[in-house]
Design a protein around this ligand. Structure first.
Ligand code: PLP
Length: 403
């Protein structure tokens, strides 16, 4: 077997240089634990960026994938496949939505949402509305329209000209949205909790206010729940915290527990913006991915992982709040098992904290400009959460102590 050093060198030669991976290779995972090729164990509070909802090697997911691989992996959308139809049936049953389109990544689901919104306005409503009002510090993916919607300049660098028709306003500022609305506004695009932007939840009343503005002006409301959907925040979907529903919602990360999939779900009325041939994906909704998605949704329900996420999210947030007495730690914030520790980067080097945590056996990620993100699998237990808080506290102490 190759050494980690060999693989670091190989990556340096054969991969495009858009990633900077830590020198770590995993041999296997089990539940909330990952084991590297040198035999060291890590508590996985990254979960592949809020993806591995059932943790690693969950028997229900392994069984579903194995069975599906033995029958049929892929057929295309030229024919029906039952796993896709059953997963769509489940998603519509669990949410406001009536109709589902499947893609393979979060960015693709957002592309589908933007295309559907414009096409619906023009071909169903007969109105020339094409503008999208998006939020500063948002993140919507890396395709061209998705980076255009994303309200962070670092993702735009070198890629101009961007896609026309997108504007940005500060997040959690209703008056700014109202001021930005024009007769050509098609949709408002928002994450119910900004994930990549720094684990920042919508303020109380904000999403309801957006819903009201959309209804008053005939505008569609799009919730990007690629990170917050499918149980992550302690509700099936993040917007349930606010008690309002969108017209279109996108899902991806946790939906199939690590198998690439995404979904754009919408109301019956808005779905009429699409017709045969209007949009498509070769892989989208393939039987393997959808069978995995079904296993994830069924397991979340069978094991009450939404309830577990709500309870252990509160425990994790309380634990992180207890770290607020550390030098350079500003505050804990988040919902469910999507929690962030905001730090003063002048006082505390958060990159060093993440590296030290890794050395101590805890995997966490960065978000935004000043946040350390914790997003463990939804199957996490009380002892894991307590251990993670202890390890993160120790990592902060080590870095703050100038180690
Ligand atoms: C991760 C993420 C995306 C992009 O998903 P990809 O699968 O990387 O394309 C879009 N929106 C949000 C809110 C995300 O967190």
């Amino acid at each position: 077997m190759s050494t980690t050093a060999d693989l670091v060198a190989l990556a340096g030669r054969v991969m495009t240089p858009n990633y900077a991976p830590a020198p770590l290779v995993f041999a296997r995972g089990e539940g909330v634990w990952l084991h590297d090729t040198e035999g060291k164990a890590y508590l996985d509070f990254a979960a592949g960026i809020a993806v591995s909802a059932l943790g690693h090697a969950h028997p229900a997911l392994v069984r579903a994938l194995t069975e599906q691989a033995r029958s049929v992996l892929h057929v295309s959308n030229l024919w029906l496949n039952e796993p896709a139809l059953r997963l769509a049936e489940r998603l519509t049953g669990l949410s406001f939505a009536d109709r589902v389109y499947f893609g393979n990544s979060g960015a693709e689901a957002n592309e589908a949402a933007f295309k559907l919104a414009r096409r619906y306005m023009r071909l169903v409503r007969g109105e020339d509305r094409y503008g999208f009002i998006c939020m500063e510090k948002s993140f919507h993916g890396r395709t061209w329209a998705a980076i255009t919607a994303t309200g962070q300049a670092k993702y735009h660098e070198g890629f101009a000209p961007l896609v026309p028709g997108f504007s940005h306003v500060p997040f959690n500022d209703l008056a700014a949205v109202e001021a930005a609305i024009e007769p050509t506004t098609c949709a408002i695009v928002v994450e119910p909790l900004q994930g990549e932007g720094g684990v920042l939840p919508a303020a109380p009343g904000y999403l309801a206010g957006l819903r009201k503005l959309c209804d008053a002006h005939g505008i569609l409301l799009i919730f990007d729940e690629v990170q917050t959907g499918v149980g992550r925040t302690g509700r099936w979907f993040g917007h349930e915290h606010a008690g309002v529903t969108p017209d279109i919602m996108t899902l991806a990360k946790g939906l199939a527990g690590g198998v690439p999939i995404s979904a754009m779900v919408c109301t019956e009325a808005v779905a009429q913006g699409f017709a045969p041939g209007a949009h498509a994906s070769t892989f989208g909704g393939n039987p393997l991915a959808c069978r995995a998605g079904l296993a994830v949704v069924d397991t979340i329900e069978a094991e009450d992982l939404v309830g577990n996420t709500d309870r252990l999210g509160a425990l994790l947030q309380a634990g992180l709040t207890s770290l607020e007495d550390r030098p350079g730690v500003i505050m804990a914030r988040g919902q469910g098992l999507l929690q962030g520790l905001v730090v003063d980067t002048e006082v505390l080097d958060r990159g060093a904290v993440v590296a030290e945590a890794r050395r101590l056996g805890l995997l966490v990620t960065l978000a935004g400009y000043d946040t350390i993100r914790l997003s463990p699998p939804l199957v996490v237990g009380r002892a894991h959460v307590e251990q993670a808080v202890e390890l993160l506290g120790a990592a902060i102490d080590a870095v703050a102590g100038g180690k």
